[in-house]
Design a protein around this ligand. Structure first.
Ligand SMILES: [Zn+2]
Ligand SMILES: [Zn+2]
Length: 394
C-alpha cells in the first residue's frame, strides 16, 4: 500500500469517514478489514480517521482505530493539528487519555504555535488541560527500573513502578490523598522504598528542567511528590503512629477556625525547596503565596493545584475536606458546613473537626436567620411597590 496522500481516498475510505461521523463502530470495524482501506488515510484537509473520531468525541471509535494501528502522531493536517489536539478540543478526558496512552507527543505545536494543552485551554476545556499536563507515561518511569550504564541495580526496584506511577498520576495533590495512596501499598510504604522512589522523582524533576523543551509544571509536581514521599519516610522512621500520624498532622486544624496549619506550612515549604530558583513557575507560586497570611485564601494547595493541573475554583464545596477528592457529597450532619467523599474520610477528620463543628453550626444558623430576614424584607418591599402600581392603575 502506498503512503497516504491528502484527499486521495478509495470509495471504502470515503465511506469510513462517513461512518465515523455517524458513530457506527460496527460498520467502521468491517471497513477497516477491507483491503482498500488504510487506517491512516488522509482526507482533503490532511485529517486521519483517528483525528475525526477524536474531534467528534467518539471514544469507542478511537479505540477501534488505535487497535487497527492508527498513528497517533500523524502530523499531516493543513494547520498542524494532531489527534491529541482534537481530543483536547472535544473536551473528552477519556479520549485525551487514550491518545496519551497511545504515545501522543505533548509538545508538538500547530501552525499558530500552540501545543495540545494550550489549544484545550484556549477553548476552555480545562479538564483536558489537566490530563495532558499531568501525563507521565509508565514507560518513562520504567526506564529507571532497568540498570543504566555501569549500574548493577536499577535505581527503582521494578515492583515499585506500579504503585509509584499511581501516585504520580494523581490529579488530586492534596497531601492527605497522596499519603493515603502510599499507605495503601505495603511495598511503597517502607522507608527504603520511599527513599529510592524519592530519588527517582528528583531525577525526573531535574530532567524536566534540563530537557530542551522545559516542563516546569511536571518538574514541580515531581518535586512536590518527592517531598511528600520524604515526609512519609520520616514519619515511618521516627514516629510510632507512622503514616496515620502524618495524616492526622496534615488534618489537624487550629483551635480558632479549624484551619490545617501544618498542611499549609508543609506545602509552602515544599514549594520553597524547589531546587531550580530561576524557574518562572516557582517565582509565580511564591508571588501568589508569600503575601497571604496563613489561614487566608488562597491556600498553598489551591495555588499549587491550579498551577500544576489547571484546575480553577478548586475550593468549591464539592471537594472532600479530608482528602480533596472531587465529587464529595456527604455533609457533616451537625454543622452541614464540611463535605466528605465518604464515611472513612469523615471519621478520619472528626478528631479535629469536632472542635469547631458546633461553632460552624452556630455560624450557619445565624447566616440562615439573617438570609430569611432579608428575604422577608424584600418580599414586603415587593408587595408594597406592587400595591403602589395597582393604585396608580386605578
Ligand atoms: Zn475524602
Ligand atoms: Zn460538623
Amino acid at each position: 500500500m502506498s503512503t497516504p496522500k491528502k484527499g486521495d481516498l478509495s470509495p471504502s475510505e470515503k465511506e469510513l469517514f462517513q461512518v465515523i461521523s455517524a458513530g457506527n463502530v460496527q460498520e467502521a470495524s468491517r471497513l477497516l478489514g477491507c483491503k482498500d482501506v488504510r487506517v491512516n488515510c488522509l482526507d482533503e484537509y490532511g485529517m486521519t480517521p483517528l483525528m475525526h473520531a477524536a474531534y467528534k468525541g467518539k471514544a469507542d471509535m478511537c479505540k477501534l482505530l488505535l487497535q487497527h494501528g492508527a498513528d497517533v502522531n500523524c502530523n499531516e493536517h493543513e494547520h498542524g493539528y494532531t489527534a491529541l489536539m482534537f481530543a483536547g478540543l472535544s473536551g473528552k478526558t477519556d479520549i485525551t487519555w487514550m491518545m496519551l496512552d497511545a504515545g501522543a507527543e505533548t509538545d508538538v505545536t500547530n501552525s499558530v504555535g500552540r501545543t495540545a494543552a494550550q489549544m484545550a485551554a484556549f477553548v476552555g476545556q480545562h479538564d483536558c488541560v489537566t490530563v495532558i499536563n499531568n501525563y507521565f507515561s509508565r514507560a518513562r518511569l520504567d526506564y529507571y527500573t532497568k540498570p543504566q550504564g555501569l549500574e548493577k541495580e536499577p535505581k527503582l526496584p521494578p515492583k515499585l513502578a506500579g504503585p509509584l506511577h499511581k501516585v504520580i498520576m494523581s490529579t488530586n495533590l492534596n497531601p492527605v490523598k497522596l499519603v493515603m495512596l502510599v499507605k495503601e501499598n505495603p511495598l511503597l510504604a517502607e522507608v527504603e522504598a520511599l527513599d529510592k522512589s524519592r530519588r527517582v522523582m528528583e531525577l525526573i524533576c531535574e530532567k524536566c528542567i534540563k530537557q530542551q523543551d522545559m516542563n516546569e509544571v511536571l518538574a514541580m509536581k515531581m518535586h512536590y511528590i518527592s517531598c511528600v514521599l520524604g515526609k512519609c519516610a520520616s514519619f515511618l522512621k521516627d514516629r510510632e503512629d507512622k503514616l496515620d500520624g502524618l495524616i492526622k498532622s496534615l488534618l489537624k486544624g487550629r483551635d480558632s477556625d479549624g484551619f490545617p496549619v501544618f498542611q499549609e506550612k508543609f506545602i509552602r515549604e515544599c514549594i520553597r525547596k524547589f531546587p531550580y530558583c530561576d524557574a518562572t513557575l516557582l517565582q509565580q507560586l511564591v508571588r501568589s503565596i508569600a503575601p497571604v497570611d496563613i489561614g487566608n485564601d488562597p491556600t498553598a494547595l489551591s495555588v499549587l493545584t491550579q498551577a500544576i493541573t489547571g484546575q480553577v475554583g478548586f475550593m468549591d464545596a464539592e471537594f472532600c475536606t479530608t482528602c480533596g477528592e472531587k465529587g464529595a457529597e456527604k455533609r457533616c450532619s451537625i454543622c452541614k458546613m464540611v463535605i466528605y467523599c465518604g464515611q472513612a474520610c469523615q471519621k478520619m477528620h472528626w478528631f479535629t473537626h469536632k472542635k469547631v463543628c458546633k461553632k460552624l453550626q452556630e455560624e450557619r444558623e445565624k447566616q440562615e436567620v439573617e438570609a430569611a430576614r432579608l428575604r422577608m424584607q424584600q418580599s414586603k418591599g415587593d408587595s408594597s411597590s406592587n400595591q403602589k402600581t395597582k393604585t396608580k392603575n386605578i
